[in-house]
Design a protein around this ligand. Structure first.
Ligand SMILES: [Zn+2]
Ligand SMILES: [Zn+2]
Length: 386
């Protein structure tokens, strides 16, 4: 959630010009010099009522999802005019999940009251502009039921760890996960971490989602492409922005990328390759911004093919492992420990001067310019390493 300002009142500004005080009204979107009388002017009253009716419309749409939850909501953006914030939808959760929690939150209630009070709205409207906690509880129950109904469904080649979790038999884990996930906008997560730990030293972003990963880029829809970018790249930008205030100076952040960002890897489609390219570029820019602002390091790790659960969703991981063993400088399978060890190094003070970098943990495969298992190299007698 992108909270631009905590309270709508902070959005207004007063300025003095030729002895007259002008004030900005966010309802009318103009400067006026009418003081508190402004809110009684017909044009203001009309603007206010059209804002409220637009919000009612939006809310009635969201209420339909509250009544019948729809899993894996796509990118639904909601602008909360009362809180002056952009509510980002997390693509793998139930549709409008983030918005539903926002609209039921105490801060939304407070901001809505402030907004109505400031702009002359009727206070009895408040309940029609929010969602009641009791309805959220019912909705969550339905989400859980939906989950257990869907336990036997199969995924359709989607690179979506959370989705796979959804379909796994580990109902308890899922229930825990989904409850925590749905309950948490990034801000809530930060708040919880802050309460539990005060501040942190290490932040790891390990998430990618591309609903059309099995499609070639040429056949990827706009929605599939944007969802991939949103969940796999922007998610890190947003995560870092929200966590920055509680990461200690000298702290380290790590995300996970893949060489498909810069080299052609057929089969890694749906815009995920584009998302990884964005992630690597953002790593550099964020390293500068977070470095200057808070002395925090930002790095990304590019691991070789690994038999992880998420990788299995792409479907050709065995082939890629085989390719790496045959062509990388080290002719062996990569282990999760090797990736973990490199992450521990990056997170530790041993890497205190390393920021803005892509660290390859891939048995050196990234350095190869050709596949040495090609028959054209037969006569070179290249050692197999085995
Ligand atoms: Zn106005
Ligand atoms: Zn709000």
């Amino acid at each position: 959630m992108n909270e631009r300002s905590d309270q709508t009142s902070s959005n207004s500004s007063k300025m003095k010009k030729d002895g007259v005080i002008f004030e900005f009204c966010e309802v009318c979107n103009l400067n006026h010099n009418q003081d508190s009388r402004h809110k009684y002017f017909p044009s203001h009253v009309n603007s206010l009522s059209s804002i409220i009716s637009r919000f009612h419309k939006k809310l009635s749409n969201i209420r339909s999802y509250l009544k019948s939850p729809v899993p894996h909501g796509s990118e639904n953006r909601v602008w909360c005019v009362f809180c002056n914030c952009d509510i980002e939808e997390l693509p793998s959760f139930f549709a409008f999940g983030t918005a539903i929690h926002h609209l039921a939150s105490a801060s939304h209630l407070k901001n809505t009251k402030n907004f109505l009070w400031k702009h002359g709205g009727k206070m009895d409207k408040v309940d029609s502009l929010r969602i009641l906690e009791a309805d959220v509880v019912k909705w969550e129950k339905k989400c859980r039921l939906l989950k257990s109904d869907g336990a036997n469904e199969t995924t359709h080649g989607s690179l979506n760890d959370i989705h796979n979790e959804f379909n796994s038999k580990c109902i308890d884990t899922f229930n825990q996960n989904i409850n925590q996930s749905i309950n948490s906008s990034y801000m809530n997560v930060v708040e919880c971490v802050k309460q539990d730990f005060g501040s942190i030293d290490i932040l790891v972003h390990s998430l990618a989602n591309g609903p059309e990963v099995s499609k070639p880029l040429l056949e990827t829809s706009r929605n599939g492409y944007l969802t991939a970018i949103s969940a796999s790249s922007y998610a890190f930008v947003s995560l870092l922005r929200h966590f920055l205030p509680i990461i200690n100076s000298g702290g380290s952040t790590i995300s996970l990328t893949y060489i498909a960002s810069e080299r052609i890897i057929p089969g890694y489609g749906g815009g995920i390759s584009s998302a990884k390219a964005a992630l690597e570029s953002d790593t550099k820019v964020l390293a500068f911004e977070a470095g200057r602002k808070s002395k925090i390091r930002v790095n990304t790790m590019s691991a070789g093919p690994l038999r992880s659960r998420a990788a299995k969703a792409i479907g050709f991981i065995e082939m890629m492992i085989d390719y790496s063993v045959k062509n990388a400088p080290f002719a062996k399978e990569l282990s999760a420990d090797e990736v973990g060890n490199a992450a521990a190094f990056l997170a530790s003070p041993l890497a205190s001067a390393i920021t803005g970098s892509v660290l390859y943990v891939d048995n050196g495969l990234n350095a190869m310019g050709v596949g040495v298992d090609s028959p054209v190299f037969t006569n070179l007698d290249i050692p197999t390493g085995n």
